[in-house]
Design a protein around this ligand. Structure first.
Ligand code: SAH
Ligand code: SF4
Ligand code: F3S
Length: 467
């Protein structure tokens, strides 16, 4: 669609909830709307179009959206009194799951559309503007949305997301994703590589491949056959300018030997892997329909560590899944102790309407789940702190992404995703440099870039110091 001058001067504010796929999608929506004449604004109060890109994964995530809509109703009324009109849109997984129920519960909303229809957004907005009719579009269209999304430049630093697959066929019994994002769909390798090259041309040095179940990716290869993720990673690593590759989120059952091999052979593949296990109990893993047991998971971890000894792991855990008893929870604790995590997310089970686990009668009492969660989080925190503290005195390679709050400081990430704040000249932004870690904070590291002699002299001259 061409802008046609129709929306010139209009602005869009977008608020993103949930996972990185939503962050990626929000950027794509902004790209599309820019083509249609909207510019992105960070100021809610002056926006003409407000999009909430929502998450449905847990009840709390959904409730946040409805409270935000309550606040937006007031803003919309105020703007109407001032004589201007704003459109309010709900996108993402709540939109997909709730559809027109959102219009009933929140009369302020003009547009509801699911994750598979973003490419139609400019038309929807124009129709809503012109007709004033409220629109719901939660279809799963036959066409591939990636073929229709505008390929604008992602703003921001040298670390970029690239969605390579969407949807999920795993149907874990607690999870809404197969219903909100639909069946698993993998993009062809060529289209992924094209996007990767464009990102590099825009300044990307690190690319994180995204998917709800990213290692289920099985896309068309350049010669028309089928590849799995390990092969795709090797292919992308050949693109000049990509210094770091990550992928998230993976399912343990879909880690195959080719992927493990990529961890052995591709130096750009970062030695940090988010490999959610959810529980350490075989009984609970079976009830969750995870298709693996605790031993399988250990075995996969062992193989990964053998292939890449410096690899560290992160995970997701759910406590209080229906039927979880003390002994099941004890097995989760045992697993955490045995595997050892550099980082992890843990959640209290939240029954989601329409998922099989929500119908299990044997729900765990909230106070029991809360107590287990506190215990698990204490252990995970201790492991995280120990790993962070162990970085002190080390030389860590950091990709610098932005200026720090203090003068002379820039910030970036270590291979293990730790935020690192370093004393270094701004010229290091967008580059990878070694930082000597001098101090460990609660969640981040502090240090100094090891400057070569010439750079040290230049920096000293800039600061008015003689060496
Ligand atoms: N695809 C990923 C998970 C995506 S959802 C995987 O297979 O692991 C992110 C995390 O949210 C999950 O790993 C899980 O720990 C948590 N989660 C999902 N549904 C949940 C629910 N109903 N209650 C609590 N946590 C949930
Ligand atoms: Fe949800 Fe992940 Fe299971 Fe898919 S694999 S159903 S996204 S938890
Ligand atoms: Fe949430 Fe949808 Fe992502 S439910 S976690 S935004 S796939």
């Amino acid at each position: 669609m061409s802008g046609g001058g129709l929306n010139l001067g209009k602005s869009v504010f977008i608020k993103t909830y949930g996972c990185q796929m939503n962050v990626y999608d929000s950027n794509r929506m902004v790209d599309l709307l820019e083509v249609a004449g909207y510019s992105k604004t960070e100021h809610l109060s002056s926006a003409d179009l407000i999009i909430l890109n929502t998450c449905h994964i847990r009840e709390k995530a959904e409730e946040k959206v409805y409270s935000e809509l309550g606040r937006l109703t007031k803003l919309k009324t105020k703007r109407k009194e001032q004589g201007s009109k704003i459109l309010i849109a709900v996108a993402g997984c709540v939109a997909q799951a709730e559809g027109k129920r959102i219009l009933e519960r929140a009369p302020t909303v003009d547009l509801v559309f699911g994750p598979q229809t973003y490419h139609r957004l400019p038309f929807m907005v124009q129709n809503a503007m012109a007709g004033g009719k409220r629109i719901v579009d939660t279809e799963f269209p036959v066409e591939d949305k990636f073929d229709h999304l505008a390929q604008g430049s992602q703003q921001g630093g040298p670390s970029k997301f690239l969605t390579i697959q969407e949807g999920c066929d795993r149907f874990c019994t607690f999870c809404v994703v197969p219903y909100t994002r639909g069946a698993e769909q993998s993009r062809p390798a060529i289209s992924i590589a094209q996007e990767a090259r464009r990102l590099v041309a825009d300044g990307a040095r690190e690319i994180t491949l995204l998917g709800q179940n990213v290692n289920a990716w099985h896309g068309e290869s350049p010669s028309g056959g089928e590849w799995k993720l390990g092969r795709l990673i090797c292919y992308l690593a050949e693109i000049e300018g990509i210094d770091r590759i990550r992928y998230t989120t993976s399912h343990p059952k879909d880690v195959d030997d080719e992927l493990i091999n990529a961890h052995r052979e591709v130096p750009q593949l970062m030695p940090f892997l988010h490999l959610p296990v959810q529980s350490g109990s075989d009984k609970i893993l079976a009830a969750m329909n995870r298709h693996h047991n605790a031993r399988d998971y250990f075995h996969t971890v062992e193989k990964l560590r053998k292939a890449r000894p410096e690899i560290v792991l992160s995970s997701d855990f759910i406590v209080g899944f229906p039927g979880e008893e003390d002994e099941d929870f004890a097995k989760t604790i045992k697993m955490v102790n045995e595997v050892g995590y550099a980082q992890a997310y843990s959640f209290k089970y939240s029954a989601r309407p329409g998922t099989p686990a929500a119908d299990i009668i044997d729900q765990v009492e909230d106070s029991v789940a809360a107590e287990r969660l506190a215990g698990l989080q204490q252990l995970l925190r201790a492991q995280q702190d120990a790993f962070l503290s162990a970085q002190k005195g080390k030389k860590v390679k950091v990709l610098f992404e932005r200026l720090g709050k203090q003068v002379g400081q820039i910030c970036g990430r270590s291979p293990y995703m730790h935020p690192v704040h370093a004393q270094a000249p701004d010229s290091f932004l967008g580059k990878i440099a070694e930082v000597h870690i001098a101090e460990v904070k609660t969640n981040s590291l502090l240090g100094k870039v090891e400057l070569g002699k010439r750079l040290a002299r230049n920096a000293a001259v800039a600061e008015g110091v003689s060496l």
